[in-house]
Design a protein around this ligand. Structure first.
Ligand SMILES: O=C(O)CCC(=O)C(=O)O
Ligand SMILES: [Fe+2]
Length: 316
């Protein structure tokens, strides 16, 4: 099997641009995942985000997780492993409006650092969306516009730690799923591994790499590209030793954005009976909220049966 795609974004600037663009296209078409090096976010900022996130976990989250863990494991045989993820998380929203000031327990330094990090990631997401457009023959800005809705895209960060797990064979760090949204940018621990993606029926490790950003594609990219690029199932294994840090940022459509395959990416034969649906993103998310850990195809089928007008009346 070909090895996990690693893309050095710095090479976009030189004579190797077309090779990098091809590697990017191959990663999007065949993996739904790739790892970026020299992505333009400074190592200094990444190191600071990592240090502050790990400090915050120790100070504000670890004890709460310990209580959850001992309660969950008190009666080992009764653990409902199908409904359990061995993770400690909190969410930050950046766009369309920030909720950062409402999140308790964040030091001023951590808040400011995460604000700066989110801005850099937002720029990187938009740069990548335009590279995808270029590879797909879509006009520059097409994907950003498709995500915009009336208030622009939604952008948020899930800050997670996966603590050591005494039953790693039984319990997952995070159960298998595809991501619902657009582009996901992940800053993961460079020592403790665990993230895997499903490729050709086999689970493949996403290797920890110092100062890299892992990118994966969500269900909305699959719909808009008419399946040229696909979202891919992934999961996090729980580990017996070590706490894994993972900071996943989700660049998603705005809640009222109408999502549908780009006309230029439809095959002639499909113009009559499209494979992918047209829907309001918020309605997709309502379905995803209850079906996250199930296959995406039935979600696409359900969205086909929902008329936009119906969908919008639910959405308002
Ligand atoms: O923690 C990770 O590496 C992945 C997290 C993830 O897949 C998610 O939150 O959707
Ligand atoms: Fe995910």
């Amino acid at each position: 099997m070909a090895s996990f795609p690693v893309i050095n974004l710095e090479q976009l600037e030189g004579g190797e641009r077309s090779t990098v663009m091809e590697a990017l296209h191959d990663a999007c078409a065949n993996w739904g995942f790739f790892e970026l090096l020299n992505h333009g976010i400074s190592h200094e900022l990444l190191d600071k985000v990592e240090r502050l996130t790990k400090d915050h976990y120790k100070k504000c989250m670890e004890e709460r997780f310990r209580e959850f863990a001992s309660k969950t494991l008190r009666d080992g045989s009764m653990v409902d492993v199908d409904n359990l993820d061995w993770e400690s998380t909190f969410y930050l929203r950046h766009l369309p409006t920030s909720n950062m000031s409402e999140i308790p327990d964040l030091s001023d330094e951590y808040r400011e650092t995460m604000k700066e990090f989110a801005l850099r990631l937002e720029e990187l997401a938009e740069q990548l969306l335009d590279l995808l457009c270029e590879n797909l023959g879509l006009e520059k800005g097409y994907l950003k516009k498709a995500f915009s809705g009336s208030k622009g895209p939604t952008f948020g960060t899930k800050v997670s730690n996966y603590p050591p797990c005494p039953k790693p064979k039984l319990i997952k760090g995070l159960r298998a799923h595809t991501d619902a949204g657009g582009l996901i940018l992940l800053f993961q621990d460079d020592k403790v591994s665990g993230l895997q993606l499903l490729k050709d029926g086999e689970w493949v490790d996403v290797p920890p790499m110092h100062h890299s950003i892992v990118i994966n594609l969500g269900d909305q990219i699959e719909v808009i590209t008419n399946g040229k690029y696909k979202s891919v199932m992934h999961r996090v294994l729980a580990q017996p030793d070590g706490t894994r840090m993972s900071i996943a940022s989700f660049y998603n459509p705005g809640s009222d954005a109408v999502i549908y395959p780009a006309a230029t990416l439809l095959e002639e034969a499909e113009k009559q009976s499209e494979v992918y649906p047209k829907f309001v993103f918020e309605d997709y998310m309502k379905l995803y909220a209850v079906q996250k850990f199930q296959a995406k195809e039935p979600r696409f089928e359900t969205m086909k049966t929902m008329k936009i007008a119906d969908a919008q009346s639910i959405a308002t």
